[in-house]
Write a protein that binds this ligand. Structure first.
Ligand code: TRH
Length: 383
């Protein structure tokens, strides 16, 4: 499917993987599902290559998965013709010459600033708000991802839930997943936990709580600073991906950082997912398994309001004991203290939380996804 709509997405990688993780997903989806001709401008290709190994970090121009990927250099070429739809991700500033060229186009592009995800109530009111340019004949619109029908929605590929269900239904699919990561499939009686997070002083406490529990736990800890910190708890400095450390009921697996599509498989292969930031947090909701969210910390503790807004929304309709236990663990993990008592309180509620995660996912899946809402928004405005 190919339509005539050309789209430029601009992504500045601030830190971590979330900025490019979201932009890459959106770019692929607009190309594959809406027929857009997408150019993705990225200022840093090294992080991108970790999510998508087909990316050559040294190539200024490449085509991957139907997306034209361009390195966004400081010296941005003045001759670039602006597309019909321009997505500025997370308020990254567009090159001045590009904005001038947008204003000079006979039909002005639809200009969208893709914002960060939040469950706060004000999002619905601010979604799609217009902001006229102070000097040029251009209007920028704010596109707010969110959880309700009046927001910009959540990224979800058309076949995602079918792929998930096929993976979960097929035990033979899970086995190669673990073997490729360097491990045996987890024992059938173990609780499988994936763990992806920011540096956290509570890590040692969490691992001790896992080790002290009655049920065997296989914890797949993704490569990164948290993995290195875990080594200290085991007197095993610098564990390498593929290594396995054991203490009490806990088998800690040092997971390699896998490509973005395979990260979904890790979430699907786990009974509980510790996730962070924005994109892994959304993917854990599509995995329909209980989750523990470590929010991206902001200056002045601004992130707590966001965490509480999502927590309140997510816990609606959840049995009070399970809601209280889950809230306790989320707050303790984000505070970096108190997980030693919060974890055992959650364990008895895991079956209730699993059923709730499925119901939550089904409610979200009944709504249109972000790329479809964006495509509709643009179709209504393109002249
Ligand atoms: O990397 P993050 O912390 O990104 C953050 C957030 O997006 C935050 O909102 C933003 O302000 C900040 O960056 C700058 O977490 P996030 O959003 O979950 O992105 C991680 C991406 O990495 C996601 O696309 C999943 C992917 N991933 C893999 O592809 N393979 C892996 O093995 C793992 C662990 C993650």
């Amino acid at each position: 499917m190919r339509c005539d709509i050309r789209c430029d997405i601009f992504c500045a990688v601030v830190d971590n993987f979330g900025d490019i993780g979201v932009c890459w997903r959106l770019a692929r989806q607009l190309a594959a599902e809406h027929g857009y001709a997408v150019r993705l401008w990225v200022d840093e290709l090294a992080s991108f290559a970790r999510l998508c190994p087909q990316i050559d970090p040294a190539a200024p121009l490449q085509n991957v998965a139907g997306v034209d990927v361009r390195r966004w250099d400081r010296a941005f070429a003045a001759g670039v013709t602006p597309a019909d739809v321009v997505v500025e991700a997370f308020a990254c500033e567009l090159p001045e010459c590009y904005v001038a060229a947008m204003a000079a186009r006979p039909s002005r592009p639809v200009w969208v600033n893709l914002e960060y995800l939040s469950a706060e109530a004000w999002v619905d009111g601010c979604h799609a708000m217009a902001s006229p340019h102070p000097r040029l004949p251009l209007v920028k619109h704010f596109f707010f991802p969110g959880f309700g029908p009046d927001s910009g929605g959540l990224l979800r590929e058309r076949n995602l839930l079918a792929r998930r269900d096929a993976f979960i239904a097929d035990a033979h699919a899970r086995e190669p997943f673990w073997r490729r990561a360097g491990f045996e499939p987890p024992p059938a009686d173990a609780l499988v936990v994936s763990l992806f997070g920011y540096r956290n002083p509570a890590l040692g406490e969490l691992l001790r709580a896992f080790a002290d529990g009655d049920r065997p736990i296989v914890c797949a800890l993704s490569d990164g600073p948290l993995l290195r910190a875990a080594g200290a708890s085991f007197d095993h400095p610098d564990p390498r991906p593929g290594e396995q450390l054991t203490r009490g009921s806990l088998q800690l697996r040092a997971m390699p950082f896998v490509a973005q599509d395979r990260y979904d498989e890790l979430l699907w292969a786990s009974d509980l997912n510790f996730v962070r930031g924005e994109d892994s947090f959304v993917r854990a909701q599509w995995a329909a398994r209980p989750l523990v969210w470590q929010i991206y910390p902001q200056a002045g503790d601004a992130h707590w309001a966001k965490l509480e807004a999502f927590r309140a929304r997510y816990c609606e309709g959840l049995a009070p004991a399970a809601a209280q236990a889950l809230s306790g663990l989320w707050r303790a993990w984000n505070r970096g203290d108190g997980v030693g008592s919060a974890w055992p309180a959650v364990v008895p509620s895991l079956p209730v939380l699993a059923a709730h995660a499925e119901a939550w996912c089904a409610v979200l899946a009944a709504q249109a996804d972000l790329a479809s809402r964006l495509a509709e928004f643009c179709a209504n405005r393109l002249q």
